[in-house]
Design a protein around this ligand. Structure first.
Ligand code: FES
Length: 150
């Protein structure tokens, strides 16, 4: 078992109520929930692994693939949706060659959608590594990724 995982488990009593905080800490340490961690969490909390997956998949905050070096979140909230978020998402997917929820094989890019990033007046928008890119067009998306996307 890798060190951060072991330290996280040791810090939590072996109780079912601990499952969410454990999942959150593991994700924050690894950027996602690796299979090895899911098994270790199941053993630690004495729950079947399928149950641990069931809980984790219920919450949108948990990821099962590693995050890329450059993480893009395309907003699909109402304001962005009516301003063309679907076209923006489609263009990001084209540029990166991955779909929503995926990470490129070289771990350079990952892509997710979010409900609202709190910048509705700048719709349609997206975030790249926590930086908001405002009033996006497909042309702006192309330019972002052709110049490194960071
Ligand atoms: S709906 Fe996109 S920022 Fe609020």
């Amino acid at each position: 078992m890798s060190e951060p995982l072991q330290a996280i488990l040791e810090a939590h009593p072996a109780k079912r109520e601990e499952i969410i905080p454990i999942l959150q800490e593991v994700q924050s340490a690894y950027s996602y929930l690796p299979d090895e961690a899911m098994l270790a969490i199941a053993r630690h909390t004495r729950m079947p692994e399928s149950r641990v997956y069931g809980i984790a998949t219920f919450y949108a905050q948990f990821r099962f693939t590693p995050m890329g070096k450059t993480h893009t979140m395309v907003c699909r909230g109402t304001a962005c949706h009516v301003s063309g978020a679907e076209r923006i998402l489609e263009e990001v997917e084209n540029q990166l060659g991955i779909r929503e929820g995926e990470t490129t094989a070289d771990l350079e890019h990952s892509l997710e959608t979010v409900a609202c990033i709190g910048a509705c007046s700048l719709a349609p928008c997206l975030m790249i590594n926590n930086q908001v890119e405002a009033k996006m067009t497909t042309e702006k998306v192309k330019a972002l990724y052709q110049h490194g996307g960071e």
